[in-house]
Design a protein around this ligand. Structure first.
Ligand code: TXE
Length: 505
């Protein structure tokens, strides 16, 4: 049962009954087309704004993973594996349409689970997830191999390739964009004819469970989409080591991702790792400071900074450094702070008390290492009464400090003045990460030249954090490898078979 503080919070913001009834019950797994009754052993889900108990989710075991993998394998050999590409395409589009109808419920589940601003969930998370399914549905019927005219074979031959689904996919997803990042993996996997066992973060299982119910309702065969809930070191580890899983697509921290990757390779799984980031932002002397300041603020404070490709390190040309800083301070101090369910909020609670403490430790370290506070949390602060952290900006940062080296994953921006673009590029590229980078300048030559020199998988010019299903997303170095979205993602879920026919007559 949810605690009274949560019920009052829901009542204050008029949460629809459909959301309340979906949430206020023991949350199980979704395996073989149905939700399993959660066993007595459950993990408490805490609502981030009230910091009170929301409900309980099943504390899954490796045996539950076995059941889900068996069901996914059965679906591959059964109706799903036999289904035509066009019928699969129709089903994926039906799921997208069902999510459209269910959009407000899904947005509430993200705001309640993550603590994020419901305005972001409505504008970004849910529409982005739907667009991804709609885009990849189109690829379902276009995954052809090719015939080749062999160039070096003796005698007569007929040679061709065919594309086949890689098999059963494990999708392990973090808590910051639970629905959208799940859709990044699910859409391409389904388009390629794979079946999926999803593992949401134990903090945010609600939207994945809702999606699984919707998929079953629109006619997905049992076992195509499964959700197994529980702790990462139990369920995630079981998936990474399971011999019945052919491909692992992981999104999460670099720390966990490297360990999961090693385990997956022991059973030779195909692998995609979307990991952490510490993305640099270069503002040249030719930048439009109105555009730069507003985009930088979005790039670090959207989702309260809990974004993998957040632009958290700003290198500002000396000629505009002071003026940019003034605009960033004003913009940060004007950002509406409040509950995730409040449609006016932009800065909302972090996902958990533990995560908030971790961000506060980074802020204390920045103070101790000599970064200069421009606005936001002082040192030794505990955040506001409601646990929300104010948008925080430090100046005079350097790579000797944690604030310019480590992923903080919170509303904390570091700024440094630079005298030359060469200096900016060298410092930007000095990170172990390589997920994204942003450039602000009105000179096309300058932006294109800089985009070539920066080491990152995603480059944003005069904007931050744009996402589109046609564009592959993924980084370099400690940010992992492989791509989500874009046609580039498809090969990760397909096996290409080469066939030679020797014509001897
Ligand atoms: O990650 P965790 P979180 C990154 C972001 C940040 C992290 C935050 O940069 O570093 O994700 O998400 C499961 N074996 N990205 O805290 O802890 C866990 O249950 C197997 C990058 O959730 O790594 C959860 O489901 N699984 C990204 C998932 O792994 C384990 C975009 C992630 O958990 C496990 C968004 C274990 N031992 C966030 N331990 C990008 N680059 O696209 C935990 N898990």
């Amino acid at each position: 049962m949810m605690q009274q503080a949560v019920a009052d919070y829901f009542a204050r913001f008029g949460v629809p009954m459909e959301v309340v009834s979906f949430v206020d019950r023991p949350i199980g797994h979704f395996i073989d087309g149905r939700e399993t009754v959660a066993t007595a052993d459950r993990i408490d889900l805490v609502e981030p704004f009230t910091r009170s108990r929301l409900t309980g989710v099943v504390n899954g075991t490796a045996a539950d993973v076995d059941m889900a993998v068996a069901s996914a394998r059965g679906a591959l050999a059964g109706p799903w594996g036999k289904m035509s590409a066009l019928d699969r395409q129709k089903l994926i589009l039906r799921l997208a349409a069902a999510m459209e109808t269910d959009a407000d419920v899904l947005a509430h589940l993200e705001a309640i689970g993550v603590g994020k601003a419901i305005s972001d969930a409505r504008l970004i998370d849910v529409p982005g997830s739907i667009a991804n399914l709609e885009y990849f549905a189109g690829w379902t019927s276009k995954l052809d191999g090719r015939t080749t005219n062999a160039v070096a074979l003796p005698g007569e031959s007929f040679t061709y390739t065919i594309k086949e689904p890689v098999g059963v996919v494990a999708a392990i997803v973090p808590w910051n964009f639970p629905l959208q990042i799940l859709s990044w993996k699910l859409a391409a996997a389904l388009a390629c004819g794979c079946t999926v066992v999803c593992k949401p973060s134990e903090l945010t299982p609600l939207s994945a469970m809702r999606l699984a119910h919707l998929a079953s309702k629109v006619g997905f065969p049992d076992g195509v989409i499964n959700v197994v809930n529980g702790y990462g070191h139990v369920i995630g580890q079981a998936l990474a080591s399971h011999r019945g899983i052919d491909k692992l697509s992981f999104t999460g921290s670099t720390r966990v991702g490297t360990s999961v990757g090693k385990t997956a390779l022991e059973t030779m799984k195909r692998l995609t790792l979307e990991l952490g980031g510490k993305s640099p932002v270069i503002v040249t002397g030719k930048a439009d400071l109105d555009i730069a300041a507003s985009a930088i603020l979005v790039g670090i404070f959207m989702n309260s900074g809990q974004v993998c490709d957040a632009g958290s390190r700003v290198y500002a040309d000396a000629s505009i450094h002071e003026e940019l800083l003034a605009r960033l301070r004003t913009g940060a101090e004007d950002m509406p702070i409040g509950a995730g369910l409040d449609p006016n909020s932009k800065i909302t609670p972090l996902v958990s008390s533990a995560h908030r403490s971790s961000v506060l430790q980074h802020i204390d370290a920045a103070h101790a290492e000599g970064a200069v506070l421009v606005t936001g949390e002082g040192s030794g602060g505990g955040g506001r009464e409601d646990g929300i952290l104010q948008p925080t900006i430090f100046d005079q940062c350097s790579e000797k400090m944690g604030i310019f080296r480590e992923e903080i994953f919170g509303p904390v921006l570091g700024v440094s003045r630079v005298n030359t673009l060469d200096d900016a590029v060298e410092r930007a590229n000095s990170s172990i990460y390589g997920l994204a980078a942003a450039i602000y300048s009105d000179s096309v030559d300058e932006t294109i030249a800089l985009s070539r020199r920066l080491k990152a998988g995603n480059i944003y010019i005069n904007a931050h954090g744009l996402v589109d299903p046609t564009m592959p997303f993924g980084g370099l170095g400690a940010s992992g490898f492989g791509k989500d979205m874009g046609p580039e993602q498809l090969d990760g879920f397909l096996s290409t078979k080469s066939v030679y026919v020797q014509l001897n007559r």
